[in-house]
Design a protein around this ligand. Structure first.
Ligand code: C2O
Ligand code: CU
Ligand code: CU
Length: 547
């Protein structure tokens, strides 16, 4: 049974001793790997709730887009923890007589997408189509945020290739809070490559092809979503301590001895996951088939991959590689979070104060910091392998064709991440709605060198409007370089078409972008950190692609 009341006492025994390579955050007081709390994802015995799987309507129902849609952003309530209702924000729509909340939109590449957004919230909002190549006016830039009671009309052609994209609020200054409270879902684009793969592996969306959004949340004593960042959390990013897979805490899913496709989306505000499928203590093979912008060229078999906020990873997992009756855990392996790496003062200096001003033993104290430090290993979901016919199927050797962007003569541009005045900056700037950081010529190919200082923290950097290719990682920390099997320091998460790339402290990541488009006139897009607290705090710039 679920109760928060006893947590503080347990925490007092095991809590304060926990440290992960120094004092990164104030999680130690109430949390740590030795103190269990309800829904603690470290404790495997907690994994009892059946994974929520999207159906053909209802919450996260799969909606095949064929005509215009009307979406309403509204406040509602949603049972996340068992038998508890939580206030929740969601997108409501109806289609062909069926009602949907946060629908998984599925649409054919090349189709027209026409949708109106009605803001039925008590605060401003706007939808951004993450990863889609749209005219700037359709992108859901925060400048287009609409007040309560207003409507925004979107109408554009889906130009992207098949893949796992998503949509979420981009309300100016409110993105983190609104996305955390529910305003996000998948946007799946279909094409021939996708169909060929589904056919070869006999995959069916919602059965053997499972969209899986991973999020970390905190709840108050009533089981309601809690979002109340203190100064330190506003600066570093908000971490939850209950891990949700498709909004299910401690999820379990029965799987037959066959291959499944999991479309992993990190929909967390700030948490990075180091994904692995683990049997007892052994990471098993899984096969990456796609990243942010659709399928990669060839299936790549690995045992782990980082997944940062905003990123997607399409993977195949053969549940028949272990005997029926066994449990496999989809995990986040432990890693060095590299927050405040090597620094004595800086970000770390606030930690003590933020952690200490709540007396131990008060039930509320545990809610004032995450009990799950960044970098701690824990479980995301349990897969229970059931008996059945063993089905072995191989993915096509070639999944799709990806032409490398030709970078001869490309303009090189430096994107220096830094910190000043307790906020993170891009090239020394904090977001200003009316400022264009720089112009890019339409059709130009550029190489952006994104540099993160050694004393910083990891930042998942995201570009609107265009997908890019990661061409090189330099000076990577060992937990990245040890998995860099793909040339030029790249890991499996860097392959294919990307819109979000994780840049670790000390690293420089070089990306290539082709700014060709056929939209009329100049187009202004965003480049920002997808740690949503960083984004809202202004780690974001406008750039303009000149006509
Ligand atoms: Cu998914 Cu501007 O973000
Ligand atoms: Cu985006
Ligand atoms: Cu950041």
């Amino acid at each position: 049974m679920f109760q928060f009341a006893g947590v503080a006492a347990v925490a007092a025994i095991g809590g304060a001793a926990w440290m992960y390579r120094g004092w990164h955050r104030s999680a130690g007081l109430a949390g740590g790997p030795f103190s269990h709390y309800p829904f603690d994802p470290v404790a495997i015995e907690n994994f009892q709730q059946k994974l929520f799987i999207p159906a053909a309507s209802g919450p996260f129902g799969v909606l095949d887009v064929v005509g215009p849609l009307k979406i309403r952003a509204t406040a509602a309530s949603f049972p996340i923890l068992p038998a508890r209702e939580s206030p929740f924000l969601l997108y409501q729509t109806e289609n062909a007589g069926k009602a949907y909340q946060n629908p998984i939109l599925r649409i054919e590449s090349g189709a027209r997408f026409s949708v109106s957004l009605d803001n039925a919230l008590a605060e401003p909002t706007i939808i951004h189509w993450h990863g889609l190549h749209t005219p700037a006016g359709m992108d859901g830039h925060p400048a287009n945020t609409i007040p309560p009671g207003n409507r925004f009309e979107y109408d554009f052609t889906v130009r992207n290739r098949g893949g796992t994209y998503w949509y979420h609020t981009h309300a100016h200054g409110l993105t983190a809070k609104q996305a955390y409270n529910g305003l996000a879902s998948f946007f799946l684009v279909e094409d021939d490559d996708q169909r060929r793969l589904s056919k070869a592996l006999d995959l069916q969306l919602g059965v053997t092809d499972l969209p899986l959004v991973i999020q970390d949340k905190r709840f108050d004593a009533q089981g309601k979503l809690l979002y109340r960042p203190n100064a330190q959390e506003s600066m570093m990013g908000w971490l939850g301590d209950i891990i949700l897979a498709n909004l299910t805490p401690n999820a379990v899913q029965a799987v037959s001895p066959r291959t499944y496709r999991f479309r992993l989306l990190n929909g967390s505000n700030a948490r990075i996951y180091r994904i692995a499928f683990v049997k007892e203590n052994t990471p098993l093979d899984f096969t990456v088939i796609g990243t942010d912008g659709g399928l990669i060229e060839r299936p790549e078999t690995v045992t782990e991959a980082f997944l940062a906020p905003g990123e997607r990873l399409d993977v195949l997992f053969d549940a028949g590689q272990v005997p029926p009756g066994m449990d496999i855990f989809l995990k986040s392996l432990a890693f060095d979070p590299m927050e405040n790496e090597g620094s004595a003062g800086g970000m770390g200096s606030m930690v003590g104060m933020a952690g200490m001003d709540h007396s131990m033993g008060q039930p509320t104290a545990v809610l004032d910091s995450s009990r799950l430090p960044l970098g701690l290993g824990f479980n995301l979901m349990k897969l229970s392998v059931i008996a059945g016919e063993r089905v072995v199927a191989k993915p096509p050797e070639t999944l799709s064709k990806i032409s490398p962007i030709r970078t001869e003569g490309a303009t090189e541009r430096k994107m220096e991440l830094s910190m000043g005045m307790m906020r993170f900056l891009i090239n020394g700037r904090s977001f200003n709605m009316n400022e264009i950081a720089f112009d890019v010529a339409r059709g130009a190919v550029e190489i952006w060198s994104i540099g993160n200082p050694k004393l910083g923290m990891p930042h998942p950097m995201h570009m609107h409007g265009f997908s890019f290719q990661v061409i090189e990682r330099l000076n990577s920390p060992s937990q990245v370089s040890s998995a860099a099997r793909f040339g030029k320091g790249r890991t499996v998460s860097d392959l294919g078409w990307k819109d979000t790339v994780l840049v670790w402290p000390g690293e420089t990541v070089r990306i290539a972008i082709d700014f060709a488009h056929d939209f009329p006139g100049s187009q202004t897009y965003l480049f920002h950190c997808h740690n949503l607290e960083h984004e809202d705090a202004g780690m974001m710039i406008n750039f303009r692609v000149r006509a």
